[in-house]
Design a protein around this ligand. Sequence first.
Ligand code: G6P
Length: 495
Amino acid sequence: CEKQDVRPIRQRLLVVANRLPVSAVRRGEDSWSLEISAGGLVSALLGVKEFEARWIGWAGVNVPDEIGQKALTKALAEKRCIPVFLDEEIVHQYYNGYCNNILWPLFHYLGLPQEDRLATTRSFQSQFAAYKKANKMFAAVVNKHYEEGDVVWCHDYHLMFLPKCLKEHNSTMKVGWFLHTPFPSSEIHRTLPSRSELLHSVLAADLVGFHTYDYARHFVSACTRILGLEGTPEGVEDQGRLTRVAAFPIGIDSDRFIRALELPQVQEHIKELKERFAGRKVMLGVDRLDMIKGIPQKILAFEKFLEENPAWRDKVVLLQIAVPTRTDVPEYQKLTSQVHEIVGRINGRFGTLTAVPIHHLDRSLDFHALCALYAVTDVALVTSLRDGMNLVSYEFVACQDAKKGVLILSEFAGAAQSLGAGAILVNPWNITEVANAIGQALDMKPDEREKRHKHNFDHVTTHTAQEWAETFVSELNDTVVEAEIRTRDAKPPFP
Ligand code: G6P
């Protein structure tokens, strides 16, 4: 008799994020070329064997015509991606506006926009309306593709309204939500005009995850203080229904970085870089060009170090890779000019005819060039003013098993909780402290470097992205979906 295929059918995981993990370029009326961007989330989910992931999100391009939309949908289907089409106006109000001009700075403790109050109120209202509208558009696509038994995992601050939209449509759907940024203290969240509505919407999920225990605690406090709900060790109770809240620290696919270092093209890059910077210690910063990354403060600290340590001036170089991002948001445009101005001034001040102390690049590097750069670095500077986790610190550590360089790490990055013992922790706002940390790192003895590196390397190679995704999804799968929501006469202390 014929042998039957007894492999279990893999459960489907619908991953919903603002951005699909592809970059799409239109080649003709009905043709597109797609490139998968192998970020943390993609490699994490490729590693989850029990689930078959499908992605739902915005392709990052405006496609106003039906022919283009159909062709892109077809091309994306081959990559298991499903697009949500957002028009230019929605992108402007939802993505540039509410997400990146309001929620992003607020969640990173940079406050709400400081325009004149009336203008802020008006734009706030229209941007929040667009945010809700965009979240409903995402929900419509999820609902269209959802099949019974699927698990739905929503990601990040762009989609805080989504769990509620999904549950209202289908209360038995299993929905998780994970925040990739910090969740700020409840006193900061309290300033947000839509504070209660967003919290209630997130609470509609069955499992809510954060990178650190502190962010989870801030979220629970916001729910108890702003909504008057009950916090329990498991999460938040709302009208008799429990939403599980917990910390799930993300990691990287460390093997991918370690393996890349063996490749001939990476070895070639390493050789070139070593020749190029022979006789000088290499310091490295890799950041998106974003206010939260503290790039101006970092460069000013480097300037202070050069100022106070003339002997180091021709023996050290700072390579700063600043990847442009959200370039339509005015705050980001201002930051670009500010960074250029500071770099120019310092290079003018300390440069010579043949060398400059800072090499600043306004662009991303390909994966292999980046691995080579990590590998030749003596000191990495990760000095974010606030950062959900910061995986650059993890990537650097993964590529340093030969060199055992030093990591200077902001105490306000989530990664400080896992790599703190191996790094030199700094307050990025304190330029003198960062300048001193640079000196300490450059002078650190090999046995001390080795001890610190080992701590971090062990962590990075054992707490991987795959493990993170598996833990979240299996916990989500284990939650009991309470379809029935009982009503209660609770009066929130802050309406
Ligand atoms: C952060 C966010 C992500 C976002 C990424 C890039 O890491 O948490 O959700 O995708 O920045 O930002 P962008 O606005 O270009 O998608």
